[in-house]
Design a protein around this ligand. Sequence first.
Ligand SMILES: [Zn+2]
Length: 285
Amino acid sequence: MPELPELEIVRDVLGKRVGGKTIERVELVQPGAALVVRDLTGRGFAKTLTGTTITGVSRRGKFIILELARLGAAPGSDVLQSNLVINPKLTGRLQLASGEVKRYKKTAMVLTLDNAAELRYYDDKAMGQLYLTDHVERIPEFEGMGPEPFDITRAQFRERLRQYRGEIKGVLTRGEFLAGIGNAYADEILWNARLHPYRKRTQLTAQEIDRLYDAMISTLRESIEILRAEMSENIHLEPRDFFNVHMKTGEPCPHCGTVISAITANQRITNFCRTCQPGGLIRGM
Ligand SMILES: [Zn+2]
């Protein structure tokens, strides 16, 4: 599941590769039942997209936003602007390819650009969301979304955290607390902070909370740099070999050599080191 670091690379690469390009053709392959393709403009999904120019690419939380404008309207008339907003959820991926490159089986959308390149969306489990909207704030998931991790200070982080009392990993992955952190990076951040994922927020000292903030910023920043090198322009890849604990069950902790623990709850795996991240309890021992 792409999280903030992967989606930062996607945003960056798309900004360079599709920014300024015009969408010449839109193919929506009959998507799986769960894939959400929603036209909030009421003007038709493919019809609205065809002929629009991608003027910018941004990211909010786990959403990639293609900013669109219909250029060449009569002088003095309003330029019609809209946004294609994509949340890849668990298994969705964006892919840049030339038309000759074979499509993945579960390709659900293909935008052919005026340089003949294709921007594709494929999704093995068809769980993602594609919204077309004139106003991004109308997307249901945008309401109540917390700030971006890089946009808050240590003091604001401390202040926001006060509203939550539960297990710290659960808090970190809540979109209302902060946008863009999911299961994988929460494990990595907590390992870097040397905090047990199941410790309650109310049990953390002020010093531990500062450590958590610092680890969050450094983990996300360093991961973005590693991903930039490993992904290059292959935005459909999700390299995770550089993780320290997440998906490393049974391997030695890179810090102390203790075998990495795994606890599965609600179909999510949590990995951590019992030596570096002491405390917590009890649950799932
Ligand atoms: Zn360790």
